[in-house]
Design a protein around this ligand. Sequence first.
Ligand SMILES: Cc1cc2nc3c(=O)[nH]c(=O)nc-3n(C[C@H](O)[C@H](O)[C@H](O)COP(=O)(O)OP(=O)(O)OC[C@H]3O[C@@H](n4cnc5c(N)ncnc54)[C@H](O)[C@@H]3O)c2cc1C
Length: 377
Amino acid sequence: MISDDTPREYHFHGTINDMTDSSKGNGTSNPFGGLSIAIVDPGQDAATATGGPSTIRSAEGRVDAKVVIVGSGPAGMTAAIYAARANLEPVVLAGSAPGGQLMLTSDVENYPGFVDPIQGPDLMAAMRGQAERVGARIIDVDVDRVDLSSRPFRLWARGTEYRAQAVIIATGASALWLGLESETRLRGRGVSACATCDGFFFRDREIAVVGGGDTAFEEATYLTRFATKVHLLHRRDTFRASRILIDRARAHPKIEIHPNTAVDAVLGDTKVEALRLTDTTTGAERTMPVDGVFIAIGYKPNTDAFRDWLEVDPAGYLVVHDETGSRIDGVFIAGDVHDHRYRQAVTAAGDGCKAAIDAERWLEAQGITEAATSTAW
Ligand SMILES: Cc1cc2nc3c(=O)[nH]c(=O)nc-3n(C[C@H](O)[C@H](O)[C@H](O)COP(=O)(O)OP(=O)(O)OC[C@H]3O[C@@H](n4cnc5c(N)ncnc54)[C@H](O)[C@@H]3O)c2cc1C
């Protein structure tokens, strides 16, 4: 990892990993470790250092690429694999949470291709390794601002400017958590934010869902397929959820709704055993034994750097046109940053694939890629 923000010239070749490798000393943790990168001698022309178009041209501390992919969850990694295999030499700005949301979970049982459950971090390490093997350059930095007014598009991350003829935005959405230490410690050990993903693990168990909006009520109802009982906990006595969802939950024999109930702590050493609750009207405390808790208080789409340039819907998600396009030609969108309907690793990966193919075809139509590669997928 570079230890300051001083612009430096980097010449990437082969499979590089990142510029924020924690072993190199600035303290940012990188769960994937990191390999070294070659630094071009001052004054050397980075574009010709190894010759040919496979070198990323960098000058004056700037990195130029045909395609920059922002985000390294399943959408970003799949886009990187496809773009690299189409000789687009993608640069992935992976963010400060490399690997994305699956880094927060343990068993993943619904991603095709694995007979036995695979751990979320292992799945993401495999995707990253695959992307690097086929030639993607991955840098663990957050994009903090962009200028999409003209091509090449310009992106800035930790003081370095990146220029790209096409951009794929795959920055995902962050699940909102209660912010309790015990909740963080037991994530993937009974604490989850995804009923579709983890409900199956709670067959014949008693569980709780926290929240008062549509998602909480939908997840509570969905989880009755597995659980013996679902407690829906909400700190207020009114709900934001739609009337039909509330009525359905109220009528369900497995769901018990607890208004005016705040979660103070998740109890358990290695797995969830109970919740410590407070009645928000009386202040009375109690313990509720449960085997799992689903936090369903919402998601925040990671769009801060882009929302001045691209359309967002009322919930803050990016709006796509024609599958993966945006309102700016050459800027593509993939994964949970726009998709609040499916929110799955496999759908995000599918989106990443589509965005890379669309970007490649678009670059080809602009005459930026030399030869048609759309048959090479
Ligand atoms: C607890 C939990 C368990 C889950 N379990 C499953 C499961 O079992 N199966 C399943 O299919 N799905 C599961 N999901 C859902 C799945 O993780 C998501 O649908 C999927 O990760 C979305 O992929 P994505 O690539 O769109 O975004 P994300 O995975 O959210 O990745 C977004 C990426 O963007 C980066 N980023 C954000 N902002 C910036 C920025 N400004 N600059 C650069 N990079 C940025 C982040 O660092 C991150 O790398 C689970 C989700 C959670 C929260």
